[in-house]
Design a protein around this ligand. Structure first.
Ligand code: PMP
Length: 399
């Protein structure tokens, strides 16, 4: 018999499954609000001009394709550190930051989880309720027990901060707490700056291990304001982890460009942490691919290209916000009684609409509009061509 005879069929990824169903749908009016990707006004994944310029220069130079260092491109890693911590960060000057280029934000979480497992084998990992589904899967795959902390409040459509704080205060020292640094996926509900400051103090008081996941820097208010959680942790003197990604902010999804940064107590610790992190990377994929990181490094280290990128990122942010406002006002003008104004308060690419699984199913079956069964929709998939159609359909299903 085959050695694979006993292999069970794994369940399909719910969101990728949605894509397959969308692709197979023959209706011309179909809309895919499921996947977490930014589409432009024409419904296309943009290739940013800054990326185009940097990429062209790189291809013209025809660089050799040797192995990178295990921790990746040094220029790239430094650029990541400055975006996260600020160009004049004291932590950088003190050598307290270890950064490794990683295969997207997912790869950063993976090497961070593996490194943590070697460090704190018995710790439990806590993720927000709800969270990006891969958080649980990634930390479980690294061998951790993963549980939820209270986060989203369906009543207020915001963060149930009192419940979250009380829960964190009850955790065992050394527990790992995964936090969405901005633009919470899937709810779009973020903590206020004051609440973040309280979370930092709870982490200090309970000796928790903060793991910040920053997949959407620049999509809420801008590069600097979106870094507030990271900056508060860096001012605290605590040690913490940050996984970050350029998948969305550079529209480089398939190039897999992310990074893991670890903030240590001092320079000597940094050297030891990096040496162990390199072992983790070596046994996972040896060293990261070259192209995406080199392009991002080229953009971020050229003042002109950086400005071009910030303008384009700003354009994405503004367009998403316009779609939020457009959806809310279209629903209102269609006479929908329910107040949907919360959609404009949510941040990032997503909205937790409050639509039930049954309503989401009607949207799919009757209108060819695909959303996640939890009611999460991606605002960046809306544009002037499909907005009225989507608003009409939602108005019908909530009647
Ligand atoms: N964390 C969160 C919260 C995300 O939403 C995503 C992207 N969906 C990631 C991490 C990872 O992104 P990537 O691996 O594509 O860079």
């Amino acid at each position: 018999t085959s050695i694979f005879a006993g292999v069970a069929l794994a369940p399909r990824d719910p969101i990728l499954g949605l894509n397959e169903a969308y692709n197979a749908d023959a209706r011309a009016t179909k809309v895919n609000l499921g996947v977490g990707v930014y589409f432009d006004e024409n419904g296309k994944i943009p290739l940013l001009s800054a990326v185009k310029v940097a990429e062209k220069a790189r291809l013209e130079a025809m660089p050799p394709r040797g192995y990178q260092a295990i921790e990746g491109n040094a220029q790239y890693n430094q650029a990541v550190q400055k975006l996260l911590l600020g160009a004049d960060s004291e932590l950088l000057a003190a050598g307290r930051v270890v950064t490794a280029q990683a295969l997207g934000g997912t790869g950063a979480l993976k090497i961070g989880a593996d490194f943590l497992k070697g460090l704190k084998a018995d710790a439990k990992v806590y993720i927000s309720d709800p969270s990006w589904e891969n958080h649980r899967a990634l930390f479980e795959a690294a061998g951790f027990v993963v549980e939820n902390y209270p986060y989203y409040d369906a009543e207020t459509r915001g963060v149930n901060f009192a419940a979250m704080k009380a829960f964190l205060l009850g955790l065992a020292p050394g527990s790992v707490i995964v936090l969405h640094a901005c633009c919470h996926n899937p709810t779009g509900a973020d903590m206020s700056d004051a609440q973040w400051a309280e979370v930092v103090e709870v982490c200090r008081e309970r000796a928790l291990v903060p793991f910040l996941d920053m997949a959407y820097q620049g999509f809420a208010e801008g590069i600097e304001p979106d870094a507030v959680a990271v900056r508060l942790f860096s001012a605290s003197g605590l040690q913490f982890f940050v996984s970050s990604s350029f998948s969305k902010s550079f529209s480089l999804y398939g190039e897999r460009v992310g990074a893991l940064s670890i903030i240590t107590a001092d320079k000597d610790e940094s050297a030891r942490v990096l040496s162990q992190l390199k072992r983790v990377i070596r046994t996972n994929y040896s060293n990261p691919p070259i192209h995406g990181g080199a392009v991002v490094a080229a953009v971020l280290s050229s003042p002109e290209l950086r400005q071009m990128w910030e303008d384009e990122l700003g354009g994405m942010r503004v367009r998403i916000r316009a779609m939020r406002e457009g959806l809310v006002s279209a629903l209102k003008s269609k006479g929908v009684a329910q107040d949907f104004s919360f959609v404009t308060a949510q941040r990032g690419m997503f909205s937790y609409t409050g639509l039930s699984a049954a309503q989401v199913e009607v949207l799919r079956a009757d209108y060819g509009i695909y959303a996640v069964s939890t009611g999460r929709i991606c605002l960046a998939a809306l544009n002037q061509n499909n907005l009225a159609y989507v608003a009409d359909a939602i108005a019908e299903v909530v009647k």
